[in-house]
Design a protein around this ligand. Structure first.
Ligand code: NAP
Ligand code: MG
Length: 485
């Protein structure tokens, strides 16, 4: 036991052990011998205490001038900017993504948080001429109260930031529950809030299993908003719990993001963009392209070009600068991805490239899966329907653009979609008729830091996050009438 660091929950401005007294070890997914630290196994009682602390802090925090809240956020951003390399290294170690990918989180965090510090002072309201003489009517934005932020492991630092910072800027207080697999990122975040001297209780964190204390968070009537990113299954459960207390939700969930290729001259470019969008973070991004829907006439050439690009990946521990693809987050997730690859073979598709778990040497201390391309898939195969959340790209051939749109939309999900085409009518048809929150033409699924982000159908509900739309989730209105004569 000696030498193992132990972290605690962050409640009321201090570090508190969990009421259970129990901790769990967190290991590096790229090297399972590398014990990062031990983290609390929190209970409902810890969640309740954190929520109470946020509720107690809400009054004073919500009454600060927006400019005063912005000052705290600016101070936080300054500390974050100084700590980019340290935070990036921690993300690489606990999530397994490459160092370059890991550094992207705090780097982008600085940009997005600066934007939201400014939003604190752009809390626009509504005013209209009154129906009555001598009356002034003003609808002002007000914070919603205690906000629960629940995040997944794949962007363990940036996703929580996108929730916590807007919540604070708008005058809310926060209870944050990081993913079980990535608690260290949560600890680093709280340390930065401590450095920014945020008033006690304004941000709180409880670490542990969502299955153990998630219901206590989503069902607590003091929680007035839940901003969640994760799977559709858990999102649905949260939505049902939240409904009982009429708690607001912002749910960002799974995807099965299609990419249509139809009459696009530069197939090299398309292949490069698709490959990056499919395999970044080992395919474990909600916006990963997972289905290529390609006109028959382009299929062989496009697939060959994608395979060429796939060959360039160097797999291993992301801390090694040569490595361009890290491991899968944990063994259970790896087994699930491998089962999908087997199901594709069983159903008659072709595993055209990759498809294997790597073994031997350092590959045995984590779960490494080769970048995989499945071809000859039909829309009804499991791999074409389910979110795999791993480095697996499925190629489906279609006869026409109309068929491509039909296949693209034939999914419960609707997060991101992309189209590669030089045909203007295809481009407009796609923009009009694709059922997704984000539609990308002639590039992968990269989004802008100040644009709304979200999904439709079973991929999302509630205001889109990032950008101005976040204000609609993190505030509500109070409509004030004054009769002055
Ligand atoms: P997950 O299993 O749904 O977990 C997400 C978070 O919810 C974790 O913190 C988890 O805690 C917690 N949780 C689990 N059960 C809960 C409950 N009953 N009540 C409240 N919270 C609970 O998702 P994941 O495996 O971490 O992440 C992968 C999924 O996230 C994929 O489906 C992916 O598409 C989605 N995702 C979506 C977006 C987007 O913006 N649309 C972005 C990234 C990822 P534990 O970790 O302790 O289980
Ligand atoms: Mg871990």
């Amino acid at each position: 036991m000696s030498g193992t660091t132990r972290y605690n929950n962050f409640i009321g401005g201090g570090w508190k052990p969990p009421s259970s007294g129990a901790y769990y070890p967190d290991y590096n997914p790229a090297d399972e011998k590398d014990l990062i630290a031990e983290f609390p196994l929190s209970t409902n009682a810890d969640a309740d205490e954190a929520i109470k602390s946020a509720n107690d802090a809400f009054g004073p925090w919500s009454r600060l001038l927006p400019a005063e809240r912005a000052k705290y956020i600016e101070k936080f951003v300054a500390h974050l900017a100084e700590n980019v390399p340290r935070v990036g290294a921690a993300i690489c170690r606990e999530e397994g993504k490459t160092m370059k990918e890991a550094l992207g989180e705090p780097t982008r965090g600085v940009v997005e948080c600066s934007y939201f510090a400014g939003e604190a002072q752009r809390l626009d309201g509504i005013t209209m001429p009154s129906d009555r003489k001598g009356v002034v009517s003003v609808a002002a934005r007000v914070p919603i109260g205690v906000v629960a932020a629940i995040s997944p492991w794949n962007f363990p630092f940036l996703t929580p930031l996108r929730k916590i910072i807007p919540a604070l800027a708008m005058g809310n207080t926060v209870v944050f529950k990081p993913a079980f697999d990535t608690p260290l990122s949560g600890v680093l975040l709280m340390e930065l809030f401590e450095k920014a001297e945020l008033p006690p209780g304004v941000v709180n964190m409880v670490i542990g299993k969502g299955s153990a204390m998630g219901d206590a968070i989503s069902g607590n009537p003091l929680v007035r908003g839940i901003t969640f990113t994760g799977s559709t299954t858990v999102g649905r459960r949260i939505n049902l719990r939240a409904a009982e207390n009429f708690t607001k939700v912002q749910l960002e969930m799974g995807g099965k993001n299609p990419c249509i290729v139809a009459d696009y001259a530069n197939l090299d470019r398309a292949a490069a963009e698709i490959t990056t969008a499919a395999f970044a973070v080992s395919g474990q991004r909600c916006t990963s392209i997972s289905r290529v829907i390609v006109l028959e006439k382009h299929a062989a050439e496009l697939e060959a070009k994608i395979i060429e690009k796939m060959k360039s990946y160097v797999m291993g521990n992301g801390a090694d600068p040569k490595v361009t693809m890290g491991p899968i987050i944990n063994r259970a997730a790896g087994e699930s991805i491998m089962a999908y690859i087997r199901s594709a073979r069983d159903e008659g598709a072709t595993v055209k490239a990759g498809g294997a778990q790597l073994h031997g040497g350092d590959y045995d201390t984590g779960f490494y899966i080769e970048p995989t391309l499945i071809t000859d898939a039909t829309p009804s195969m499991k791999v074409s329907i389910d979110e795999i959340f791993g480095p697996v790209l499925v190629s489906i051939k279609v006869a026409s653009f109309a068929d491509a749109m039909k296949v693209a939309n034939d999914t419960e999900y609707g997060l991101a979609a992309s189209l590669f085409s030089d045909n203007l009518s295809y481009i407009y048809d796609f923009q009009q008729n694709i059922e997704s929150g984000m539609a990308h033409v002639n590039h992968g699924t990269v989004t802008d830091s100040t644009m709304p982000f979200g999904g439709v159908k079973h991929s999302g509900i509630g205001s889109f996050s990032k950008g101005v739309t976040n204000k609609d989730f993190f505030t509500t209105y109070k409509v004030n009438y004054v009769k002055y004569s």
